[in-house]
Design a protein around this ligand. Structure first.
Ligand SMILES: [Cu+2]
Length: 166
């Protein structure tokens, strides 16, 4: 009897997940004005609690969109950062907002703009998905699923490992 109840709960939960997935696909195909592509997070050892997040944000709408923040259930907080090289030293600073021009795109990439993911709540696992939400000015939010990768497997590393593509 207990087993039945548990199984029934599980099938209800799976049903809810499937409904959510179908809704997300429906929303995406309806033409989201802003999407994030190729989102990834370099893998870091468990002692490292601050990670970077990279992606390309695409704006298909006719107006500029402004990213004003981000959050993730996997981190205590998320900041928008810009890396710069000053006097030969790499530095980074928090920025309040990032403008994605109408029909344009903005790359968050190593040595440039990035999400600073602060206070990891769990160890990072290669290939593990990490949900992130970008907040746009207004009411819009962009749901992103980033994938954890070895840094040398990243799309912008400049290395080309044939046969090891993800
Ligand atoms: Cu940073």
């Amino acid at each position: 009897m207990i087993g039945y109840v548990v199984d029934r709960r599980r099938s209800l939960a799976i049903g809810a997940i499937l409904v959510t997935a179908v809704l997300q696909v429906a929303l995406a195909s309806a033409g989201e004005p802003v999407t994030a592509e190729n989102a990834w997070i370099p893998w870091a050892p468990p002692a490292i609690k601050v990670h970077a997040g990279y992606m390309t944000v695409v704006n298909r709408s006719d107006v500029d969109q402004v990213i004003v923040g981000a959050h993730s259930p996997a981190y205590e907080r998320v900041e928008l950062h810009q890396s710069t090289v000053k006097d030969g030293l790499s530095q980074m600073r928090a920025v309040d907002e990032v403008v994605v021009p109408a029909h344009g795109r903005v790359a968050f990439e190593p040595a440039g703009l990035h999400l600073m993911l602060i206070g990891a709540k769990r160890a990072s696992v290669v290939d593990g998905p990490v949900p992130i939400v970008l907040r746009l000015r207004g009411v819009e939010q962009v749901a992103v699923t980033a994938v954890i990768r070895r840094r040398d497997g990243g799309p912008s590393s400049g290395h080309h490992h044939h046969g090891a593509s993800h």
